[in-house]
Ligand binder design. Structure first.
Ligand SMILES: NC(=O)c1ccc[n+]([C@@H]2O[C@H](COP(=O)([O-])OP(=O)(O)OC[C@H]3O[C@@H](n4cnc5c(N)ncnc54)[C@H](O)[C@@H]3O)[C@@H](O)[C@H]2O)c1
Length: 501
């Protein structure tokens, strides 16, 4: 091939469904592509059984509904939508593939997710009187398939889709674009990107206030209320209450004088006692998936932060036969780690110098590790974070201290530290359990998602036990009353064959 010819770009999406569903989805996509700016024509070509797309800048696209060549290696009922792009500009390719990626889920895919989330999907049976019909809902929950089921459930509980807004956190989840597409194309829900958070909040409050309603916030990381209270204080009264699902969100609202009740699923017993292990396990599993050729058994690992998640990560790594050290700036946590048998030390630097971890997993929730410590690591070591966004490692400092920084594709970023080792920050420092993955299994996360919806209902119904500020005890009480943990136990406890007794 002559070197001047640009190679075609290809994107394939596997969808699960009937032949009719697949045809319908591909047809809808072709119709949408025809309306994409820069697309001149979109014609069905009978001989190649594909749509041929001509672009204004001379580029060409082709869209085919294909079948996997090796069905035995694919899930049952898989269809493969293959999109090819040749010769156009990078901007045209970007617009073309953005449209291609935005494929809603098939009814078969949704039915599977619903069956995997029985607690969340049956919530409307508990409250037949549509308790959310009087409020708007603003959500920043992870864009995974489970979220689509939560949204369906909130709609069934009475939220008008026109009064719902979703902030896309812009993490690269396994199906992030399909979730976006489903919310927008199937439900008409407004989706705003995290980088446009403030505009999204303003748009939402204007829309919902015009309907004479106020809003419940369902947040995952403390994004909305800090922005409202700092940048849009005049709109604070619009909000009825806040459901928060993660500790980093609690930290971000900690210094604020919250004028509304916080339903703290993040600090609930349910979350810390049941979910933390799952997150730790998902983080380690995805780390190993990204490093299939590494041998980590018998090697040294370091866990930063011995809190709810760090504690479980340390135990999971130990079960993976790694030699695990733990660092926590809190002396009580450090003693707890020591007494559980982990190697510990008061000085992080000293611990890195002596233990020489090949794998460092950060679970602190804020900056915990920078260039000074990284320089002491052995060659080919990996930094992995479980913390929200890229807050755990000082990436700017690592960059400044490096002679070369390389993009390692799906693996993350490589840093050749000046006078030190080359290290790789997996997933570019974003929480690893979401990196081209879906973190916990749907059946596992069901309980927490149902807990978020229980919180939204309690706030919308102005449960008088929820006072402005934190409500950890009341959250535990309301979650217990809702019976979702009982149902979880019925589904997965000893009566379901999950135990010995
Ligand atoms: N990836 C996920 O799915 C997911 C889910 C929930 C939470 N999170 C993230 O995980 C973070 C940790 O959550 P958690 O519930 O375990 O929090 P936690 O508060 O229970 O634990 C944090 C620990 O870090 C320690 N610590 C604080 N500063 C430190 C420092 N500079 N160096 C070393 N140790 C330090 C604290 O003493 C504490 O033991 C959250 O802040 C959130 O960002 C991720």
């Amino acid at each position: 091939m002559p070197t001047s010819v640009k190679p075609p770009l290809v994107h394939a999406v596997d969808i699960i469904g009937t032949q009719d569903e697949a045809r319908h989805l591909a047809g809808e996509l072709a119709a949408r592509l025809a309306l994409t700016p820069g697309v001149q024509s979109m014609d069905w070509d009978e001989t190649s059984a594909s749509w041929q797309c001509t672009l204004a800048d001379g580029g060409r696209g082709r869209l085919t509904l294909a079948a996997p060549a090796d069905p035995a290696a694919a899930a049952a009922h898989t269809h493969r939508i293959v999109a090819t792009f040749e010769q156009g500009t990078p901007a045209a390719a970007e617009a073309y593939f953005t449209a291609v990626r935005h494929l809603p889920f098939t009814a078969t895919e949704i039915a599977a997710a619903v069956s995997e989330l029985p607690l969340t999907s049956h919530l409307a049976n508990r409250w037949a009187d549509k308790p959310l019909s009087g409020v708007g809902v603003l959500l920043t929950i992870h864009h995974m398939r489970d979220f689509v089921v939560l949204v369906d459930s909130l709609l069934a509980l009475g939220v008008d889709p026109g009064h719902m807004t979703v902030i896309d956190k812009e993490y690269p989840y396994a199906h992030t674009h399909r979730v976006d597409a489903h919310l927008v194309q199937r439900h008409g829900i407004a989706v705003w990107r995290y980088r446009d958070l403030r505009a999204g909040i303003e748009d939402h409050t204007a829309r919902v206030a015009a309907a004479g309603k106020r809003t419940v916030v369902m947040d995952d990381g403390g994004y909305v209320m800090p922005t409202v209270l700092r940048e849009l204080p005049g709109q604070a009264d619009h909000f009825v209450g806040l459901v928060e699902q993660t500790t980093s969100g609690i930290r971000r609202v900690e210094g604020l004088d919250l004028p509304l009740p916080l339903f703290s699923v993040a600090e609930s017993d349910m979350k810390s006692m049941i979910e933390s292990y799952g997150i730790a396990d998902a983080a380690v599993r995805n780390t190993l998936r990204l490093l299939p050729d590494e041998k980590l058994e018998g090697q040294a690992a370091l866990v930063l932060g011995f809190g709810r998640i760090g504690h479980e990560v340390a135990r999971v790594l130990e079960m993976r036969r790694m030699r695990v050290a733990v660092f926590d700036s809190d002396i009580t946590r450090l003693v707890a780690a020591h007494e559980e048998g982990f190697l510990t030390g008061r000085s992080l630097e000293q611990l890195v110098r002596t233990h020489q971890p090949r794998l460092v997993i950060g679970c602190v929730g804020s900056r915990s590790f920078g260039a000074r410590e990284a320089r002491l690591l052995p060659e080919r070591s990996f930094l992995v974070s479980t913390t929200s966004r890229n807050f755990e490692f000082d990436l700017d400092e690592l960059r400044a201290a490096s002679t070369a920084v390389t993009d390692r594709g799906v693996l993350g970023t490589g840093y050749q530290l000046a006078g030190g080792p080359e290290i790789v920050v997996l997933g570019h420092g974003m929480p690893i359990n979401f990196h081209y993955a879906e973190s916990l299994s749907n059946r596992y996360v069901d309980l927490v998602l149902a807990g978020l919806a229980v919180g939204a209902v309690a706030l919308a119904c102005a449960d008088e036990r929820l006072r402005p500020g934190h409500n950890v005890a009341a959250t535990n009480l309301i979650l217990a009353e809702a019976g979702i943990v009982d149902d979880y136990y019925r589904l997965y406890g000893p009566a379901a064959g999950g135990g010995r007794g």
